[in-house]
Design a protein around this ligand. Structure first.
Ligand code: FE2
Length: 763
């Protein structure tokens, strides 16, 4: 055998050398599948790929695509490569390549990366894509895919769920190749971890009881709690954490669905151990559906509703996703319904019978900030990502029923979850919002980083500044200052810059610089948008790196480079989301060179506006990170008048009204604790607070304000035992805004941790 393999390899090597004239091993294997990401968590990910000939495996990874300085090797010679990368930092973007010890097969570029999850329990912006019954391997599936790609634009997809029937008709390996890996989802597979569940068609080529067959060969799922939750001991059903969200995947096809069966026993233990704020469960057979399948009569659907749903609602599940019916259906916020559709009683089972839209009947609100039983859940059937079938769509629990192709987008923002159903034209056909813990639902997440009509530094002396001026640390104190719009030759210009005095020989290049503050973790920024008013062309450097040029030639730009002609007077919107990585928390610098198209150009114009989508800058998560020495321990929950606010969220208090502050400890709380409350009048930054000394030395520069104004003491240290701690101030005289955040010190263990922060607006 060995001889044979060596001989084959030698033959291939000769062919490669002749054809390519390069290192002989380069063509010895071909990548047939992947890479694709599995079992991702805050410190690990598994990379999988397939080659045509057996070889060893190597993954290289690092923080920059050109510097993949960490290596994981597996010497086993295989065609189906599975490499687990562990010991990673949470919330971090890593670039990677895959191949063997002798050849790189893919990666080492900007497209091949994975991003580790936030620490468990941490609120973080996140985006998930959900497709169901997608395995048609045809134009339908591609249209649904392209609509999502259009919707997500340059935003990262943190998670990707497949709701079963992932490869028609029989779940064979060649069908999976066409339905998932080839000319289908490659672009998403390389950067977004895929979390599948098992459908009836997948079951035609696999078996859950023996963990064998195609589905179980392809997917590498956490059976040992590698990604959070309780170990299930099987890949058929499993759970994992993403930040403050707990996901549970069940097998509604072949694993026992009755109470006492291993899956349900595990489910209860997993739910009982969960400390995350959100719980989302998914499986193939929908507990509520009147689409192409009927949850009144089909046993898988009935049993999942009567048993799994019963447990999940007891533990406070928020959202349940399924497929199987080839349509889209979505319930109201409901609880406790186990019977047939006809027995659904809005008074008994409807927690909120509105549409769940912030701008409609209002978001669905669940009062508890964590898992509280029977506060309601939304059930969504999304089995139309590959084909559609008709149905009566008259299940009484359902708010929406559509025979439309599409997929679901989930967006997490701390205490808020937004869900949208996208059709193949990327139109939103249904949407709803869930909020927990009394948080204020927010619709717009666009924040202004740099407004129009700002003061800019400019250099208009007709001098070639080369490249040093692009550096954020460059000293521009000698430059002039003027409010935009800057330029000349147009009546709407606010600050006139010089063209040099000779109308036939104007300066080609004028330089502009401006700093702006980002009071948020760049990882919480989901989109970055520039609106520019310019004439004629420009190049922008963000913190020293070029991120955009308009009306300029390609190649290197010098002082004398001429622009193509472009007229100012209106703002052009430009997506800079792919440059989010260049942002830093705190001070950022835009350096802009504006070029003329010729030396006689009559006018020059520069102004821009910069906005981002993401968490509000008011409450940066790293403010919590400064003091959170137990990043894997869930936050204690701070409520102001019953509301957690959530990251980036505010609680409004009437001027002169009362404010009650509560802190609730998580189940891990070990007893005696001390509690300090601190607050800011202004937006907190990394430098503002927070130095924690040893026990007995909790102190914050601004905590005196809270203590003084709330009439409790000693300043900075408030009594907190027994939990929960609660304090009411009967009347606050506004108007003003302040941020509150608590720090808990468990006196037995010395453990320190923070609560969520809440922006209180007294007005
Ligand atoms: Fe199905």
């Amino acid at each position: 055998m060995t001889m044979h393999r060596v001989r084959c390899a030698a033959t291939l090597l000769i062919g490669a050398s002749v054809a390519l004239g390069t290192a002989p091993s380069a063509a010895a294997q071909t990548l047939l599948r992947g890479p694709y990401l599995q079992s991702a968590a805050d410190s690990r990910v598994t990379l999988c790929w397939r080659t045509d000939v057996a070889a060893n495996s190597r993954v290289r990874y690092g923080l920059d695509p050109t510097t993949l300085d960490s290596i994981v090797d597996d010497p086993a010679s295989v065609i189906n490569h599975v490499v687990a990368v562990t010991g990673l930092k949470p919330n971090t973007k890593y670039y990677y390549s895959i191949g063997s010890t002798t050849v790189v097969l893919a990666g080492g570029d900007a497209q091949h990366y994975f991003r580790t999850s936030p620490p468990r329990g941490r609120m973080k912006r996140g985006r998930a894509w959900v497709i169901g019954d997608s395995g048609t391997k045809d134009a339908n599936a591609r249209e649904v895919r392209d609509a999502y790609y259009q919707d997500s634009g340059k935003q990262h997809t943190d998670l990707w769920l497949m709701l079963g029937d992932n490869a028609y008709d029989n779940g064979r390996d060649d069908e999976y190749q066409a339905a998932v890996f080839s000319n289908m989802y490659e672009a998403r597979l390389i950067s977004s971890p895929l979390w599948p569940t098992y459908g009836n068609h997948d079951a035609l080529s696999a078996d859950s009881s023996t963990q064998s067959g195609v589905y179980y060969d392809i997917f590498r799922l956490p059976r040992n709690a590698e990604c959070g939750g309780v170990a299930s001991g099987t890949e058929a059903y499993y759970s994992f954490d993403w930040g403050n969200v707990h996901f549970i995947c069940l097998d509604s096809m072949e694993s026992g669905r009755l109470l006492g069966d291993p899956m349900l026993t595990w489910l209860e233990s997993d739910l009982a151990a969960n400390l995350q704020e959100w719980v989302i469960a998914f499986w193939h057979h929908p507990p509520y559906s009147k689409g192409s399948h009927d949850s009144d009569v089909e046993s898988e659907l009935v049993e999942m509703r009567q048993n799994a749903v019963d447990l999940l609602e007891e533990y406070g599940v928020d959202l349940i996703l399924a497929g199987h019916s080839h349509s889209y259906e979505r319930s109201f916020l409901i609880d406790g319904h186990r019977g047939k559709s006809a027995s659904f009683d809005p008074l008994l089972h409807g927690k909120d019978m509105g549409d769940g839209r912030i701008d409609g009947d209002g978001a669905y609100r669940k009062p508890g900030a964590g898992m509280f039983p029977h506060e309601g859940a939304v059930y969504s059937v999304c089995g139309s990502s590959g084909k559609t079938e008709n149905g009566s769509f008259n299940h009484k629990a359902m708010h929406v029923g559509l025979q439309e192709l599409g997929s679901l987008v989930l967006e997490f923002y701390g205490a808020q979850l937004d869900v949208r159903f996208l059709d193949p034209q990327a139109a939103v056909r249904d949407r709803f919002t869930l909020v927990k813990g009394g948080a204020t639902p927010v619709q717009s997440r666009s924040h202004l980083l740099l407004p129009r009509n700002s003061d800019w530094k400019f250099h208009d002396l007709g001098v070639d500044l080369k490249t040093a001026w692009r550096d954020p640390a460059y000293d521009d104190s000698a430059w002039q200052t003027g409010s935009s719009i800057l330029g000349y030759g147009e009546n709407y210009v606010t600050t006139v810059v010089s063209y040099g005095g000779d109308p036939n020989n104007k300066y080609i290049t004028t330089y502009f610089r401006r700093s702006f503050e980002l009071d948020a973790d760049p990882l919480d920024v989901s989109a970055l948008t520039l609106q520019a008013d310019y004439d004629d062309g420009f190049v922008i450097y963000l913190n020293g790196t070029e991120v955009l040029r308009k009306s300029m030639p390609s190649g290197s730009i010098s002082y004398g480079t001429l622009a193509s002609s472009h007229e100012g007077g209106k703002y052009e919107t430009i997506d800079l989301t792919s440059s989010i990585d260049r942002l830093v928390r705190g001070s950022n610098v835009l350096a802009v060179e504006v070029h003329q198209s010729n030396r006689r150009s009559s006018d020059l114009v520069w102004d821009c506006e910069l906005t981002f989508d993401g968490f509000s800058p008011w409450l940066p998560s790293a403010a919590a990170g400064n003091v959170d020495r137990q990043g894997d321990i869930p936050l204690d929950v701070l409520r102001v008048n019953g509301s957690t606010g959530g990251l980036g969220r505010s609680v409004d208090v009437a001027d002169g009204g009362a404010v009650t502050i509560d802190v609730e400890h998580p189940p891990t709380h070990s007893g005696a604790a001390r509690f300090a409350l601190f607050g800011w009048f202004e937006i907190p930054t990394n430098d503002d607070v927070v130095h924690l000394g040893p026990i007995g030395d909790l102190c914050f520069p601004i905590v005196w304000w809270v203590a003084n104004n709330f009439g409790v003491g000693p300043p900075g240290l408030l009594p907190s035992n027994p939990a929960p701690w609660s304090y009411t101030e009967p009347a606050l005289d506004g108007p003003f805004d302040f941020v509150l955040q608590g720090v808990i010190e468990e006196t037995a263990s010395g453990t320190l941790r923070t609560t969520n922060a809440v922006l209180v607006r007294v007005q």
